[in-house]
Design a protein. Structure first.
Length: 343
């Protein structure tokens, strides 16, 4: 069973999940999600590792950075102090998408303090495509009182699994795959709403970092997963077209989610030999008291039923706005996320 912990880094609180025993394996999540997304995979790896799923600053339950980041090193600096606080030495790192770029950047910034990195959904984009993506991929999702931003969130989430990039809804970018169930799209949309108007910060910094040249510079043992079911498989292959040093290996992973996880688990487990076991400091052994700071009135009625067109978000928004007429858009959004996730 995973345990939740917080560490104070400067004036920031960094939240993480921890489970298992053995060498430290730290897992970095995609944006705009949180460490919670990686828990199913982490629980399997916890039979061999002490697994730590950290919420990137500004996501999940971790505080945002004090200033907007100019690069991923603004995040790795905080994570480096975080590791020192919890006394993790020479961890293995796993990262997916944004998390993969964080793992690369961390290994470049602190090459003598990492045992191995595993890169899932890591890619390369040429400069022209990256510039085009950055012009359109990150619309403003700052909450507005009439709830109109909810439509943009739902459009983004729907298109993300139909096109890559989602903002280029033309046939040449079509993924030609079945749409995810509305319940899965709802959960993804909630992660965008949890991150709110700053959802793009680490996400965008990672896109700027998606360059094969950075992987070529790595000095630590590295495994790149070429997942056949990835929506960015073409761009993973663009990354693998680069020449890498011998300590950087690429491994093909089956398309199905179950088969994919089994193969990754097997490969990650194979790299534990020779890595020191991790023992969490006693001061972090106690479960912290968790207090909700979200205030407001949630009606005593059934929550709106999830709909394929996303209108359930609008329905919930209008209900909460009527119940809390003096609340700001951000306060209503916080209440809505709470309603859909905790009630």
């Amino acid at each position: 069973m995973e345990k939740r912990r917080w560490v104070t880094v400067g004036n920031l609180k960094v939240h993480y999940y921890i489970m298992g025993d053995g060498p430290a394996l730290v897992m970095f999540h995609p944006s705009p999600h949180s460490g919670e997304l990686l828990l199913p995979l982490a629980k399997e790896l916890a039979f061999d590792y002490t697994v730590i799923c950290v919420d990137t600053p500004g996501y999940g339950k971790s505080d945002r950075l004090n200033v907007d980041p100019t690069s991923l090193s603004d995040y790795t600096e905080v994570l480096h102090i975080f590791f020192k606080e919890i006394e993790v030495e020479q961890p293995l790192l796993y990262g997916s998408a944004t998390g993969a770029q964080l793992a690369i950047r961390y290994a470049l910034d602190y090459p003598n303090e990492v045992s191995h990195i595993f890169l899932d959904n890591a890619a390369h984009f040429n400069d022209n495509l990256r510039a085009a993506i950055l012009r359109h991929y990150f619309p403003d999702l700052t909450p507005v009182i009439n709830g109109s931003h909810l439509r943009q969130v739902w459009v983004m989430v729907n298109r993300m699994f139909q096109y890559f990039p989602w903002c280029f809804a033309e046939s040449e970018y079509a993924l030609n795959r079945p749409q995810l169930p509305k319940e899965a799209l709802h959960m993804i949309a909630l992660d965008f709403l949890k991150a709110g108007g700053i959802y793009h910060l680490a996400y965008k910094a990672a896109f700027l970092h998606e360059k094969g040249e950075y992987v070529q510079q790595l000095k630590v043992p590295t495994t790149i997963f070429r997942w056949k079911g990835s929506i960015i498989k073409k761009h993973i292959d663009d990354l693998l077209a680069f020449d890498f040093p011998e300590h950087v290996e690429a491994v093909s992973i089956p398309e199905g989610h179950t088969e994919r996880n089994l193969e990754m688990i097997k490969l990650i487990r194979s790299k534990k030999e020779g890595v020191l076991n991790y023992q969490q400091p006693e001061k972090f052994s106690q479960e912290p008291e968790i207090k909700s700071v979200i205030k407001g009135k949630i009606p005593n009625r059934k929550i709106p039923k999830i709909s394929a067109d996303g209108l359930h978000f609008f329905e919930a928004w209008e209900i909460l706005k009527r119940e809390n007429p003096n609340f700001s858009a951000q306060e209503i959004q916080n209440l809505m996320v709470k309603w859909f996730t905790e009630i």
